[in-house]
Design a protein around this ligand. Structure first.
Ligand SMILES: Nc1ncnc2c1ncn2[C@@H]1O[C@H](COP(=O)(O)OP(=O)(O)O)[C@@H](O)[C@H]1O
Ligand SMILES: [Mg+2]
Length: 220
């Protein structure tokens, strides 16, 4: 049973009176535990597709369903609940909050969702990314690879069924990037998280189940 279903999706943006076609009819399905890479040149539509897949934005036509919920049919409360319970997101530039400690960054999604024992769960997840001893550090006291591991802990702390990763190793050296890829593979295998990752790295085929190539808003 597919966890993420993208069906014949198009997306047009308006920019300075011009219509930009970012996606021109894309379909894909991702099952629990599957880890897919999305590759293709800058501007081919990878980030647009990830935003639709995470219910951060909506298709111009076609539909996206996450765990059998069609994103464009949900009201604001339904969307917030869907994002907070089912989806995790990681980015190239980590997007940690600089004034919060590592533990505070990781527990934030749980506080927003009103979950019980957020600190305990945050420490457990930090331990899973092998940063249990770094809970009280500030983000600026970490290396890039450590920052991305904190971001992964934050994305997984609420045990989402779907993890979306937009060029998560784009700012990291090869060795560190490979450690992050291994960690994502482990999330897919250990927790049955479905992962869709945009990447430029040819190394990703080592850890992913499938590579999807995009060109000009289409899967090729
Ligand atoms: N908010 C936006 N407004 C207008 N055009 C956009 C917007 N976001 C993306 N685009 C355009 O959509 C296309 C796909 O962009 P994007 O999904 O970011 O590609 P990628 O992540 O593969 O580099 C590009 O032509 C880009 O300029
Ligand atoms: Mg992008």
């Amino acid at each position: 049973m597919a966890l993420l279903k993208i069906e014949n999706v198009t997306k047009q943006y308006q920019a300075q009176g011009q219509q930009v076609s970012a996606l021109s009819g894309v379909s894909l399905q991702l099952n629990p535990g599957q880890f897919f890479a999305l590759v293709g040149r800058s501007g081919c539509g990878k980030s647009t597709l990830l935003n639709l897949a995470g219910a951060m934005d909506f298709p111009s036509s076609g539909q996206v369903s996450i765990d059998n919920q069609i994103t464009s049919n949900l009201d604001d409360a339904g969307l917030t609940a869907l994002r907070r319970t089912k989806v995790g997101f990681i980015f190239q530039n980590f997007q940690l909050l600089p004034t919060l400690s590592v533990a505070e960054n990781v527990e934030l999604p749980l506080l927003l969702a009103g979950s019980p024992k957020p600190r305990q769960r945050a420490i457990e997840t930090l331990t899973w990314v092998e940063l249990g001893d770094y809970a009280n550090r500030m983000p600026h006291q970490l290396s890039g690879g450590q920052m991305q591991r904190v971001a992964i802990a934050r994305a997984l702390v609420h045990e989402p069924k779907l993890l979306l990763a937009d060029e998560p190793i784009g700012n990291l050296d090869t060795i560190t990037g490979n450690l992050i890829l291994d960690l994502l593979r482990r999330a897919a295998t250990d927790f049955q998280t479905a992962i869709l990752m945009a990447t430029h790295s040819a190394d990703s085929t080592r850890v992913t189940d499938q590579t999807i190539e995009m060109r000009d808003g289409l899967i090729v």
